[in-house]
Every structure is written in C-alpha cells, then in structure tokens.
Ligand binder design. Structure first.
Ligand code: CUA
Length: 317
C-alpha cells in the first residue's frame, strides 16, 4: 500500500487525492513561473560590464496579471474543495452506522444495535483497536471522545475527523477492496498518542458474516455469566498489570499471555502441569510455594476468589 495520494482505496481518499494533486500541480507551475522569472530577471537585468542596472516603478500589465491569476486560482481551489466536502460530509445512504469512541489511548468500536451483532446477555458487539467492516459499504461513524481530542484517520481510506470530548462528530468511510489498512490517531493526545493505532479490516460480505459469528462466539464466551465473576475478579486485581488476555482490558506485557492458557500442556516453565482446575488452584493460591523464585507474588486471595478466577481461566482455550 503506497502513500494515500498515490494509492487512494476508497471514495473519501479519492476525493482528497483529487484536490491534493490539482493543487500540487498548480503549485509546481506557480513555483516554476515565479522562481524562473526571478532568476531570469536577476541574470538579464543585473549590473555588469556593458550594462547598467536601472531602477523603475510600476508595470500595469504585470501587476494586473499577478493579482488576477492568483485570485482566480484561490477561488477555484475553494470551489473545488467545497464541492468535495459536500460529498465527504454526506452521511445519507449509509449501509451501517457505528459509535466509535476515542480514549487515552485506544479506540472503542461499538457495532450497530442490530440482531446480527447481539450478544447472549442482550448487549451488542464491541471491539477495540481492530475495526471490521464489509467492503464497498458506506459506514457512518458517530465519533466521540472520553477524555481529550483524538482524531480518527485511516490514510488510504480517507475521511479524517476529530473526536471531541462533549460532542459528537460524524464521518463515513468506505473501502474499495478487502484487506487490512493501518490507521493512526492524528491529534496529539498525550504520551500514548503514537501507539493509538487503528487496524481496519475490510471483508467481503461472506467473510464479514463469518467474522461476526466468530466475534460473537468469542464475546459470548468472555461474557458467560458462569465465569463472569472470575473474569471481573481477575480484571480488578493487579493480574492485569503483567498478563494479557485478548478481548479484555488485561494488557500487561511482563508476564505470559493468558489468552489461551487452558489449551497449554504446562505453564510456569513446567511447574504447573498439566493445566487443570487442581493445579491452577494451588498455583494461584500460593505461587512461590509451587515455583520458588517466581515473580508472581502470593496475593493472599480468598478461596472463593481463587475458585472464580480458575473457573474463568479454564475457559481461555
Ligand atoms: Cu489519541 Cu492521539
């Protein structure tokens, strides 16, 4: 994927690229004419043996020319930009509408409150960091921010818009072809700004339906009432500072990733093997007793807390 002006892959980016290239070519022509004239005059009229430089004032034709031409150019650029802006800001006929919220330093993607995105507990599908949409579909994005100003931009798709706290802004995006597109928060929003990325995944309609099914199953598993308590206990404890569990707010990078812990043959470098209810329980209850020197401390959790957490961990396959 090239830089967006060379490689616009959606109607928004194409509209921007059209204006970009027209202005760029005009700017080059102006640069050549002005600097060319300057260099030519400097050489031709300079003071030199056999030629005396003269001071003179006023040249009606030239002054008219360099007033009228730029005026026409600036007005033309304005008309061109406003024409494109009308289409870029037209939210009608969207195939899908989503609420997207920026926060320090991630994006939250709320899929439409439609049956196809409904979870077992009655809520609707949410995602973070990765946004999945169908190809050739106008997706209206209702943007908001939880804290400071962010800006949503996937360059090759176009349609950059600020997410402003306390109000909603609108944009729409549409992609010509399936694939994965990289985006980035485009407003400096604090120390994590550079990491506030967007991965836009564009699917064919069939693939999008398949992805939705998988995402719903995954979310239902994470939200299962039977293991909800354990998940909430885990997420409320310091566990999240070290461990990552995909699909949750646990994003620690110090300890092992627990996203599929229940599928592993052993953990804690073999000290916990096999991974089952009994071994996990004694491990979490008192880690240093199972593996001396481990960095995981004994948090003195109650039997009930350990039980709930283990029940949840066992679903992470
Ligand atoms: Cu959010 Cu920069």
């Amino acid at each position: 994927m090239g830089p967006w002006p060379n490689d616009p892959l959606g109607p928004q980016a194409r509209a921007s690229a059209d204006v970009y290239w027209i202005m760029f070519v005009c700017a080059i022509i102006v640069l050549v004419l002005v600097d060319g004239g300057l260099i030519y005059s400097g050489l031709k009229f300079r003071d030199r043996p056999g030629h005396i430089a003269k001071q003179f004032h006023g040249h009606n034709f030239l002054e008219l020319l360099w007033t009228v031409v730029p005026t026409i150019m600036v007005i033309s650029f304005s008309v061109l930009s406003f024409q494109k802006l009308n289409a870029m800001n037209d939210m009608s006929n969207a195939g899908m509408t989503m609420d997207v919220q920026g926060q320090q330093w991630t994006w939250l993607f709320n899929y439409p409150k439609e049956d196809r995105f409904k979870l077992a507990d009655g809520t609707y599908l949410q995602g973070a960091e990765e946004l999945h949409i169908p190809v050739n579909t106008k997706v209206h994005i209702n943007l908001s921010s939880k804290d400071v100003i962010h800006s949503f931009w996937v360059p090759n798709i176009g349609g950059k818009k600020d997410a402003v706290p306390g109000r909603h802004t609108d944009l729409w995006i549409q992609a010509d072809q399936p694939g994965t597109y990289k985006g980035q928060c485009f407003e400096f929003c604090g120390t994590g700004h550079a990491d506030m990325l967007i991965t836009l995944v564009v699917h064919t309609p069939d693939d999008f339906a398949k992805w939705t099914q998988g995402a719903l199953a995954e979310a239902n598993r994470l939200n299962d009432p039977a293991t909800k308590k354990g998940r909430e206990t885990f997420l409320s404890l310091p566990c999240t500072g070290c461990h990552t569990v995909q699909g949750t707010t646990a994003g620690g990078k110090v300890g092992p990733d627990l996203s599929h812990v229940a599928s592993k043959k052993s953990i804690a470098a073999g000290a916990v093997s096999p991974v089952n209810e009994q071994t996990l329980t004694s491990w979490i209850k008192n880690p240093p007793a199972v593996k001396p020197g481990t960095q995981m401390p004994n948090y003195g959790l109650s039997d009930e807390q350990v039980h709930d957490i283990v029940q949840w961990l066992l679903t992470l396959k």
